[in-house]
Design a protein around this ligand. Structure first.
Ligand code: SF4
Ligand code: SF4
Length: 312
């Protein structure tokens, strides 16, 4: 009798716990990782990321534009260096090396060259794949750490910021982006400001995001770059929608394209003197133009519904 009650209670407990767990998982899924990207720089990508972050009750911005991070020009959070990011670079032990050239022949990035009595290493070209050490018959290759950049962190009010800063002249952005994305806490509203362009750093920045907002302008250049980004995201099977910035300056070709391609246009930000004035003063416009807070917030909710519907 007792054990029967106990079993029932245990089952109920399990059911209650399961229900709680499901609710918790659902609650967590409400927080999204949103990437903000554009085919080229200067379309208002950072503006959108900032305005969205400041329209939510709390958010964590991740500035992945590591060659030129500029979110903090507007956020103005006190930052401190949280992490120095390094990569492994080969070093040749000349007491073991016989200059056979196998390492240089293997390296597809031309980061090694063997000349008489010397192995030249070009660290900026090295992708730290480790292959040269594997093919070296004399175990002459060891590794040293090379600093490629830093990760800075700061907060302003309820907004957090992680900012990647690639060293000047450094070509390897991907390891820094990977380190930066490890900082992401998926229980928070995450907004990633992706680098401009359509190359590998952008793909790394948007990878793992629940949704990407593509910021574009209603101009032929804007449409051209939008099409490139759409191709990239479709290839990666990542969901996305569009925000048209400086609406009113060009024509409606971007909107027509989005309609034809069944791409949602979530927001149109007008070409406005007031927005331009606030921008020039380093002010995020939702801070002075309150109705826009609810517009960004509503857009976030729409995206949430889209993400939830597609995952259920
Ligand atoms: S493969 Fe090894 S031994 Fe041959 S050149 Fe390279 S480092 Fe030297
Ligand atoms: S680690 Fe890879 S990329 Fe770097 S030098 Fe060796 S083979 Fe080339």
């Amino acid at each position: 009798m007792h054990s029967g009650i106990t079993i029932t209670m245990i089952i109920m407990e399990v059911i209650v716990n399961s229900t709680t767990l499901i609710i918790k998982i659902k609650r967590k899924s409400i927080k999204m990782i949103i990437a903000v990207a554009s085919g080229k720089g200067g379309t208002g990508k950072t503006t959108v990321a900032l305005n969205l972050a400041l329209s939510l009750a709390s958010a964590c911005l991740v500035d992945c534009d590591v060659e030129e991070p500029n979110i903090n020009v507007f956020l103005k959070a006190p930052l401190y260096t949280q992490e120095t990011v390094t990569v492994d670079t080969p070093e040749v032990d000349t007491t073991k090396c016989d200059y056979c050239g196998k390492c240089a022949a293997f390296c597809m990035y031309n980061a090694l060259a063997v000349v008489p009595q010397k192995v030249l290493v070009f660290p900026e070209l090295c992708h730290s794949c480790g292959g040269c050490a594997l093919v070296c018959p004399r175990q002459a290759i060891t590794w040293k750490k090379r600093i490629i950049g830093t990760i800075e962190y700061g907060t302003r009010g309820t907004v957090e910021l992680y900012q990647g800063l690639l060293n000047i002249g450094e070509a390897q952005a991907i390891p820094l982006l990977k380190a930066l994305k490890k900082k992401i806490d998926p229980t928070k509203h995450i907004i990633i400001d992706a680098p401009p362009g359509t190359a590998c750093p952008v793909i790394e920045a948007v990878r793992g995001a629940d949704y990407t907002l593509l910021v574009t302008e209603p101009t032929p250049f804007g449409l051209h770059d939008l099409k490139l980004m759409v191709a990239v995201l479709r290839h990666q099977h990542l969901p996305f929608g569009v925000i048209i910035n400086r609406d009113g300056i060009g024509n409606d070709a971007v909107e027509q394209y989005c309609n034809t391609e069944n791409i949602p246009v979530h927001l149109k930000i007008p070409h406005s003197e007031e927005i331009a004035r606030l921008y020039s003063q380093g002010i995020v416009f939702v801070e002075q133009m309150e109705p826009w807070q609810s517009k960004f917030h509503t857009m976030y909710q729409t995206v949430q519904q889209e993400v939830t519907a597609s995952s259920s």
